[in-house]
Ligand binder design. Structure first.
Ligand code: FE2
Length: 292
């Protein structure tokens, strides 16, 4: 595992911010080749600074995607229960929507925040994307936290919230996942992911900065508050973090590799392209720090 190092100007690729608050594009790099430690360190710094990085025109295989991911930490095997596993690589999940499976991931979330140790990086490679539509939006949760008043920061700083897999997956829009053969996998996921507690404000050790860590899909309840108090504080936060000023909206092309830090971002995949097809490969890098 490479530690985050001090900011330095990259020497091994070109980087261009594509939004003032979140998101940058890295070019002049071929991810099919093995990248050296210096480049990994520079990409790590770029992720730290921009939170989501896009590498366009990367025609990489699933194993090359996994090898790239392993440069940043331990890579998670795909839980068979929830996602389609790539037939040739157990570390790659296949996320597909199209005429037979309308998109239903248009909900704000961070990947696996309902796990005891939420994921660090998601690394997504586009295979098939619609000509128009199917954009993804990410939110800079450092910026969302910073924009709060000192009084609100004070209220939130010691709070913890329950994150619950079932908050999203018990919704009627996800009912199709519990039908037929898939029921046993979803039931296994329900048992594997009981509700967990996470801080509402998360301090990230490398940056010494704080970020909000709540999302509409999985954050169920603020601990120690009445139901009404929790509901209203969370509603305020969910409204607050939807402000366009903290967002980037990205239009995909095939063979784009995107890397984002789930600890300090949430995202939303627009479901506006039905019945067109969208197929992406995702690899997950596990968390490497204990939230403080
Ligand atoms: Fe996601």
């Amino acid at each position: 595992m490479l530690a985050f190092s001090k900011k330095q100007k990259p020497h091994t690729f070109s980087i261009r911010p594509i939004n003032p608050v979140i998101g940058a594009e890295i070019t002049d790099i071929d991810l099919r080749k093995t990248i050296d430690d210096k480049t990994v360190s520079e990409i790590t710094n770029a992720i730290q600074e921009n939170l989501v990085i896009f590498f366009p025109e990367q025609n990489i295989s699933p194993s090359e995607q996994v090898n790239f991911a392993k440069k940043f930490g331990d890579v998670a095997k795909v839980p068979d229960s929830m996602f389609r596993v790539h037939p040739k690589n157990p570390y790659v999940s296949i996320l597909e929507n199209g005429p037979k499976q309308p998109p239903t991931v248009n909900n704000w979330h961070s990947d696996y925040c309902f796990a005891p140790e939420p994921d660090f990086l998601s690394i997504l490679h586009t295979q098939i994307v619609p000509d128009i539509g199917g954009d993804t939006i990410w939110v800079n949760m450092y910026a969302a936290y910073e924009a709060l008043s000192p009084k609100m920061k004070n209220l939130l700083c010691d709070l913890r919230a329950t994150h619950d897999f079932m908050k999203l997956y018990e919704r009627p829009i996800k009912a199709y996942l519990w039908e037929g053969e898939r029921f046993k996998y979803m039931e296994a996921a329900r048992k594997n992911f009981p509700p967990v507690s996470h801080p509402v404000v998360r301090a990230i050790s490398e940056t010494q900065k704080k970020a909000l860590f709540v999302n509409e899909s999985f954050t169920r309840h603020i601990e120690g508050m009445s139901e009404l108090e929790s509901m209203n504080v969370l509603k305020y936060l969910f409204d607050h973090i939807r402000a366009p000023e903290y967002q980037i909206r990205f239009q995909w092309k095939p063979n784009t590799l995107a890397v984002w830090d789930n600890r300090v971002t949430i995202h939303y995949a627009l479901a506006d392209y039905f019945p067109k097809r969208r197929l992406v490969h995702r690899v997950t890098v596990l968390n490497h720090e204990v939230p403080v």
